[in-house]
Design a protein around this ligand. Structure first.
Ligand code: ZN
Length: 145
């Protein structure tokens, strides 16, 4: 028996057991698998377990987390700067290749290593939704540009 995490055309997550991959394909092709929530038969395999999908969705604000650190708070600014420097030091810059490269490393198609680079909010969101644990690099306003 194989358990698959599935998602219906209306976005409901559920899990179902199948005797084999072939059994899954057979039943899906004949619309024999229906969503327990809305009964539609348009079902796909989910990228990850529903619980994980939900927790990541919840952890993904549509707005970005920001902080305002005053000029006077030198210690906090130094910590952010040091953390940024540490991460830069420990990672290889892959630039615009970051989304593709991060995915390759996650999928085991590229050697495991720490990288940094550029990702649009949409690209970052897609990576997180696929279970690739990327994190934003702290950058102080006076370091932009
Ligand atoms: Zn449904």
């Amino acid at each position: 028996m194989i358990r698959f995490s599935l998602v219906c055309a209306n976005g409901h997550d559920f899990e179902s057991w199948f005797a084999s991959n072939e059994s899954y394909d057979f039943q899906i092709e004949r619309d024999l698998v229906t969503c327990p929530h809305c009964s539609v038969a348009r079902i796909n395999k989910a990228v990850m377990a529903p619980a994980v999908t939900r927790s990541i969705r919840n952890a993904l604000p549509t707005k970005q987390n920001v902080a305002l650190i005053g000029e006077g708070d030198a210690e906090l600014r130094k910590m952010a700067r040091d953390l940024h420097a540490k991460i830069v030091d420990a990672t290889v810059d892959v630039g615009a290749e970051f989304p593709a490269e991060a995915r390759k490393i996650h999928d085991g198609d590229a050697p495991e290593r720490a990288i940094r680079g550029l990702a649009s909010p949409d690209e970052a969101r897609a990576l997180l939704e696929d279970g690739v644990s990327i994190l934003p690099l702290p950058i102080l306003p006076d370091e932009r540009g």
